[in-house]
Design a protein around this ligand. Structure first.
Ligand code: HEM
Length: 378
């Protein structure tokens, strides 16, 4: 598609038409174009009635345009500055070490293979985001079920709405509890956040918590798991990284580019006819920017299908581009650095336990992640 029809309308299994944009330069331009908007319910379909889940949870950053987006992002961005996130490093290292201890203990007791996702790539980011938000870590398995249902492409509408409603009720109760007794967490900070007389209302708060929780782990889990798979399938790159840990920050960028935790960005809609890459998309059309293709575009990255931990992967689009650029990027990068560093130094013999061809990917269009990643540690 990238070579022959880089801006193409395709029909999805349910019959909807979506325009897919697959070249690096076009994706980057599209993501910076205000004529590709988010709020299709408000702009394109006057009188549209959102379903309960969209109504409860849909008022978040990824479904809003300026000025609402600007206002909400300003209220939350302070909590995600690179400096503030850097302060989380010791705690992230501690959580990482205890997860690796548990894996080592299980391997010593004969567990073989070990699913790296279940034991490490999922619990690390979900524990971090739960602690950041002040959500009890004991609830994280329930969150995984809800969150997977919401991002899946194969659950029924009933399951999708059910998971959304349960999350809505959970966050309503959490907010009430934090209002009664605020603590040193992001939820309490968001309740208290004020900007020139502005603050988040109840629905905006719930939607923000929902987005942070889902976006905060569904993606980072895949960076850790698919990034590890990338390294295990390029042993020379793995050895290069192990021999020279100063490569780590650049390697995380390359692993983001190469593994693409999200296949495409979230939905956008043309508010007027928009010409991208010489093709005019009419007004009122649904557009998906395929970042996994853009990040492997040979006109931007030489030999793009090869993992090269020493390459300059900056400019990759794994975190998106433009006003919706990932708010959690500093946190995701930090978690990635800590995770790869600790995993590789703790387990020098880590190896894939099954043929690569037998690995299965999750049935989601948005999320690009493995179902399981069986590894041998010794
Ligand atoms: C490797 C991990 C991650 C990847 C690959 C990733 C990717 C992305 C991408 C591509 C977008 C833009 C989507 C679009 O334009 O449609 C985005 C937005 C966002 N991400 Fe991330 N993300 C990651 C981790 C995180 C984490 C850890 C958090 C929170 C703690 C987070 C919170 C957000 C939020 C709130 C937005 C919406 C920003 C806005 O609309 O202004 N992400 N992310």
């Amino acid at each position: 598609m990238r070579e022959e029809g880089p801006v193409t309308p395709v029909t999805l299994p349910e019959g909807n038409r979506v325009w897919m944009v697959t070249r690096y330069a076009d994706v980057r331009a599209a993501l910076a174009d205000p004529r590709l908007a988010k709020d299709w319910a408000g702009k394109l379909k006057p009188g549209f009635e959102p379903d309960p889940v969209t109504g409860y949870l849909g008022m978040h950053l990824l479904s809003l345009d300026p000025p609402d987006h600007t206002r909400l992002r300003r209220l939350v961005v302070k909590a995600f500055t690179a400096r503030r996130i850097a302060g989380l490093r010791p705690r992230i290292e501690e959580i990482t070490a205890s997860l690796l201890d548990a894996m080592e203990g299980r391997a010593m007791a004969g567990a073989d293979p070990i699913d790296l996702i279940e034991s490490f790539a999922f619990p690390l980011p979900i524990t971090v985001i739960c602690e950041l938000l002040g959500v009890p870590a004991a609830d994280r398995d329930t969150f995984q079920v809800w969150s997977h249902a919401i991002v899946s492409s194969v659950v029924s509408q009933e399951e999708f709405l059910g998971a959304g409603a349960e999350m809505f009720h959970y966050f309503t109760a959490l907010l009430a509890a934090k209002r009664r007794s605020p603590s040193d967490d992001l939820t309490s900070a968001l309740i208290a956040a004020r900007e020139v007389g502005d603050s988040l209302d109840e629905r905006e708060l719930i939607a923000m918590l929902f987005l942070l929780l889902v976006a905060g782990h569904e993606t980072t889990t895949n960076l850790i798991a698919s990034g590890t798979l990338g390294l295990l399938t390029y042993p020379a790159e793995l050895e290069r990284l192990r021999a020279d840990p100063s490569l780590l920050p650049a390697a995380v960028e390359e692993l983001l580019r190469y593994s693409n935790p999200l296949n495409h960005t979230t939905d956008r809609f043309t508010v007027e006819p928009v010409t991208i890459g010489g093709v005019t998309i009419p007004a009122g059309e649904w557009v998906l920017c395929v970042i996994s293709s853009a990040n492997r575009d040979p006109s931007r990255f030489a030999d793009p299908d090869r993992l090269d931990v020493g390459r300059d992967a900056s400019g990759h689009l794994a975190f998106g581009h433009g006003i919706h650029y990932c708010l959690g990027a500093p946190l995701a990068r930090l978690e990635g650095e800590v995770a790869f560093d600790a995993l590789l130094s703790r387990f020098p013999a880590v190896a894939l336990a099954v043929p690569e061809s037998s690995l299965r990917w999750r049935p989601s269009s948005l999320i690009h992640g493995l179902e399981t990643l069986p590894v041998r540690l010794r």
